[in-house]
Design a protein around this ligand. Structure first.
Ligand SMILES: [Zn+2]
Length: 423
């Protein structure tokens, strides 16, 4: 039994925020404060993956320090977390001291063969997973054939076991119940069906992982920094089914009662916030929305709006990103769709006004200046700013007013308000 923990229990609504250069924690927290003032309790989770730390050249402790400092400065009395995002056994150790939220990424282990007899033993323990399964809130019962159950177990058991190994590694060093555990399977090719999700959760329970959030891969494209691409109706049906399955699995398999979905690459997915909100309302469920790079893009917008040297630096970042497209896009190939023919030439951008730059980059689909290709390239282009080092972070400080206005406004107006406040 792994429910009824008194330890670290993640709140119903949480917002993952990413702060690549550790300068925006205050502006991000200000968005959560605004949410509270408007009646929605949304706790911040500062997340930074190993990949981001490596590209920026930072250590996990810097994310903790920035979060703590922001919380102190603004007098935030509610919980907050620092998430070791997308870690595995090979990368988790340097996050142990500074994080209290761990996203165990086992996407790469999906499809690997579990040890012999494991699938049979699992299905032998779980006869209830074969046949018709009535789930409250679903209009049709799930129907899982023996073959389907077998192939799903064969596909996911190894990955779930891997999650168990990482969880036990962290728990042994930090102590059980001292951190939030998420399991992520989103960075993979094929989405998991609600039936597969149920089986995965049964396996996670068997592994003894007190999972509080799970990040499946949903149907459709979740490209970085731009809107959802896919069939909205299908997404809504699937999302609502996942929420129903989670509520069912939490009871049936005695997983933590606050178990909820985590939506990765969740920033800027404006067209699915209303469907998600409807599904959550129907089941009175919570959600974790993970965002990261959307904040770094607001830094660039703020630099541009500051004019002068700030605007010049924003243009320089674009020119460099344009010149190094291939290298910058490679680690993110599965989560971007850039039409390179529609990228403006750096010489043209060099002539732009602040309004033109901000207009092309800001995620306002109604603005004719908006260019999603430029936006995606800059989204993955933070390495360029990382290479500028202090020259970049000093400019962030010089242009703080226009940057923090954009960082807070983006998180609150375009994310918190539609998703958590429904306006
Ligand atoms: Zn992710």
């Amino acid at each position: 039994m792994i429910d009824s923990k008194d330890g670290t229990v993640l709140e119903k609504y949480s917002l993952g925020v990413g702060d690549r250069f550790a300068h925006q924690a205050k502006a991000q927290l200000a968005a959560c404060i605004k949410a509270r003032e408007r009646g929605a309790s949304v706790v911040p989770v500062w997340n930074k993956s190993n990949r981001e730390h490596n590209i920026v050249g930072s250590e996990p402790q810097s994310a903790r320090d920035a979060a703590d400092a922001a919380v102190r400065a603004l007098g935030w009395g509610e919980p907050y977390y620092v998430d070791a995002d997308h870690i595995n056994l090979g990368t988790v150790d340097r996050f142990l001291g500074s994080c209290d939220f761990f996203t165990l990424d086992v996407a790469e282990a999906i499809g690997r063969h579990p040890k012999s007899g494991a699938v049979e033993a699992f299905l032998g323990r779980h006869h209830e997973l074969v046949g018709r399964i009535e789930i409250e809130g679903l209009s049709h019962p799930l129907t899982i054939t023996k073959d389907k159950a077998f192939s799903a177990a064969a596909k996911y058991l190894f990955a779930v076991h891997e999650a168990g190994e990482i969880y036990r590694h962290v728990a042994k060093r930090k102590g059980e119940d001292t951190f939030v555990t998420e399991v992520s399977m989103d960075e993979t090719d094929s989405p998991q069906t609600p039936s597969e999700l149920l089986l995965i959760l049964a396996a996670i329970s068997d592994e003894g992982i007190p999972i509080q959030t799970i990040a499946p891969k949903f149907t459709g494209r979740f490209n970085k920094g731009v809107d959802y691409v896919g069939n909205l109706e299908q997404f809504e049906t699937e999302f609502a089914s996942d929420v129903a399955v989670i509520a069912y699995a939490a009871g049936r398999y005695r997983l933590p009662k606050n178990l909820k979905l985590s939506v990765h690459s969740g920033s800027d997915k404006f067209s699915i916030y209303a469907p998600i909100r409807r599904a959550l309302g129907k089941f009175d469920a919570g959600v974790h929305l993970k965002t990261a790079g959307t904040t770094w893009l607001e830094e660039l917008i703020g630099l541009a709006e500051a004019g002068g040297e700030g605007l010049a630096m924003a243009k320089e970042v674009y020119a460099e990103a344009f010149a190094h497209q291939k290298e910058l896009c490679e680690p993110y190939a599965a989560v971007i769709d850039i039409d390179t023919k529609k990228l403006p030439a750096p010489a043209e951008v060099a002539k732009w006004t602040a309004e033109q730059y901000a207009g092309a980059l800001r995620h306002d689909q109604k603005n004719p200046l908006f260019n999603p290709n430029l936006r995606q390239l800059l989204h993955v282009g933070y390495k360029v700013a990382a290479k500028m080092g202090e020259r970049y972070t000093k400019m962030l400080e010089a242009c703080e007013e226009s940057i923090s206005r954009n960082v807070t406004g983006n998180l609150f107006d375009r994310h918190i308000e539609p998703l958590f406040l429904g306006s």
